[in-house]
Design a protein around this ligand. Structure first.
Ligand code: 5GP
Ligand code: ZN
Length: 119
C-alpha cells in the first residue's frame, strides 16, 4: 500500500523509520508505538499510516484496521508488570481539544494498580 504522508510530520517520520520509536505492533495500515512522555507505564499510540490531521480525515480502510489492533495493543500493554487490566482510549481532534501532533492518533493509557505507578 502506498500511503499518503507529509514530509514535515513527526509521526510520518516515525512510520518511515526516520525518527526512532519503540514499536509495539504494525500492520499494513497502522503503526503502534510507545508514547515518549507516558502518562502511565505502557502508554501507547496508534496511528494510521495515512497522514491526516483528525479522525474526519482518515479513510475508512485505515479506521477498520486500527480498532482491532488497538484491542491487541491494549491487551499487551496492560499485561506489563505494574499496570492494571484497565485503561483509557483517548483521541484528541484539534487544538481546542488538546491535539498537539497534527497526525491523527489514538492513545491507550493503562491505569496502574500499584501504589508506585504513575497516573
Ligand atoms: P496529543 O496531545 O496530540 O493527543 O498527543 C501527542 C502525543 O505524542 C503526546 O503524548 C506526546 O508525548 C507524543 N509524542 C510527541 N512527539 C513524540 C515522538 O517524537 N515520539 C513519541 N514516541 N511520542 C511523541
Ligand atoms: Zn503524518
Amino acid at each position: 500500500v502506498n500511503h499518503h504522508s507529509d514530509d514535515d510530520c513527526i509521526f510520518c517520520k516515525i512510520i518511515a523509520g526516520k525518527i526512532p520509536s519503540f514499536k509495539i505492533a504494525e500492520t499494513d495500515y497502522t503503526y503502534a508505538f510507545l508514547d515518549i512522555q507516558p502518562l502511565s507505564k505502557g502508554h501507547a499510540l496508534l496511528i494510521p499510516k495515512h497522514h491526516g490531521k483528525t479522525l474526519l480525515d482518515v479513510p475508512e480502510e485505515y479506521l477498520a484496521d486500527l480498532l482491532p489492533l488497538a484491542k491487541k495493543v491494549a491487551k499487551a500493554v496492560t499485561e506489563e508488570e505494574g499496570t492494571g487490566k484497565e485503561f483509557n482510549v483517548l483521541q484528541n481532534n484539534g487544538p481546542l481539544a488538546h491535539q498537539v501532533v497534527q497526525h491523527v492518533h489514538f492513545h491507550i493509557i493503562p491505569k496502574p494498580n500499584k501504589a508506585e505507578g504513575l497516573g
